[in-house]
Design a protein around this ligand. Structure first.
Ligand code: ATP
Length: 368
């Protein structure tokens, strides 16, 4: 099997629960060794999709191909994966070693013992085999669950919100460990999460889901920089939304400003028909501030700082931009820029919006 052949293919999957359509037209190819995150709000269908891949739920239509094998009707035991759930799901009356060894059948005891030690070592828990789950912290229990999922060296690792029951610091620490471990083992991994920061931090590719459908599939940078829909722009990262009207030929009017938004700025071309109402999306960091900003910069603005939110290494300033019709914009500045340019409530600032970074979509509810 060549390296470029997809390891897992989801072909036109759909799922109904009675009259409720939980998943529709799911098409996805996952490469061998990839770390993919299913990201979306509560109820969008990501856990259902993961459960279908695991064979814990039967799809209503469509096919699944894993490593060239049609597994559409295969029961869970016939599929090649390990799974970690949100709730650690360890057996409380078994020791850590017994929990990890649970899936290891048909080998000698000595082999099993060595394998369990190796796995505990892999997840940073050497020497804890004799303990019971209740004696471990949440983060440690989740590592045990990870060791158990990896025990049979599965081709596919499925993680269903594995970090969401942990507190913030442990979560960040463990997600980095999971990513490092995944890279070391090269195991194809799918993680369900509703935490966009988590998905951006660990995934090779993110599958953004909304209301049972895939909205966009892309690398974290693509998803962040080139969101394919207003939903993705809103769901992933902070973003400003500005109302505008198309003037045709890729020019847009926003308040009394005119900006050129080249083809490829998202949305459908129909959005650019003259008179069409548009929504422009701009990330807080897509601005320029420097002493030498040229007068003819296309995104040049004057604005009054209304408030400043301090975020640690940088700040978010809400700015009322002259000529933008009461549409204040949140822009991010470093602390050095804050000092140099006097980014403080009540101050006037001269800066430029990166209009080349605007994403343009038809305004919600407008005909496009
Ligand atoms: P969350 O992050 O809250 O777990 P999710 O994106 O994982 O959300 P799912 O658990 O996949 O969402 O659920 C998708 C939709 O399908 C929801 O509206 C849910 O109520 C519905 N659903 C899930 N399982 C069943 C079931 N067994 N019977 C009926 N409806 C179900």
């Amino acid at each position: 099997m060549s390296v470029s052949t997809p390891y897992l293919e989801l072909q036109d999957l759909g799922k109904r629960f009675g009259a409720f359509q939980a998943l529709s037209e799911i098409q996805l190819s996952i490469r061998r060794g990839e770390f993919v995150c299913f990201l979306g709000p509560s109820g969008c269908g990501k856990t259902t999709l993961l459960r279908i891949i695991a064979g814990l739920e039967q799809q209503s239509c469509g096919r699944l191909i894993q490593d060239g094998r049609d597994i559409s009707r295969e029961p869970p035991a016939g599929r090649d994966y390990g799974i970690v759930f949100q709730s650690y799901a360890l057996f409380p009356n078994l020791t850590i070693a017994e929990n990890v060894a649970y899936g290891l059948k048909g080998q000698t005891r000595a082999w099993r013992r060595a394998r369990v030690e190796e796995l505990l070592d892999l997840v940073g828990l050497s020497g804890t085999g004799a303990k019971y789950p209740a004696q471990m912290s949440g983060g440690q229990q989740q590592r045990v669950a990870l060791a158990r999922a990896l025990a049979t060296a599965p081709g596919l690792l499925l993680l269903d919100e594995p970090l969401s029951a942990l507190d913030a610091l442990v979560r960040v620490h463990l997600r980095n460990e999971i990513r490092a471990l995944q890279q070391r083992l090269g195991v194809t991994t799918i993680m369900v999460t509703h935490d966009q920061e988590e998905a951006l931090a660990v995934a090779d590719r993110i599958v953004v889901m909304n209301a049972g459908r895939i909205e966009q599939v892309g690398t974290p940078l693509e998803i962040y920089r080139q969101p394919a829909s207003p939903f993705v722009a809103d769901f992933v990262g902070k973003v400003n939304r500005l109302e505008a009207v198309s003037e045709g030929d890729h020019w847009v009017r926003c308040g009394n400003k005119r900006w050129y938004c080249p083809p490829g700025s998202g949305g459908q071309t129909a959005a650019f028909h003259p008179g069409a109402r548009l929504a422009l999306y701009l990330r807080p960091e897509d601005r320029m501030i420097e002493q030498q900003l040229p007068e003819d910069h296309p995104g040049l603005c004057w604005g009054k700082v209304q408030q400043v939110e301090f975020l640690g290494g940088n700040c978010l300033a809400r700015i009322a931009i002259e000529g933008l019709d009461n549409q204040p914009v949140d822009l991010q500045f470093s602390l050095n820029q804050m000092d140099e340019f006097g980014v403080a409530a009540g101050r006037q600032l001269r800066f430029a919006l990166r209009t080349d970074r605007l994403r343009v979509f038809p305004a919600a509810g407008s005909a496009s």
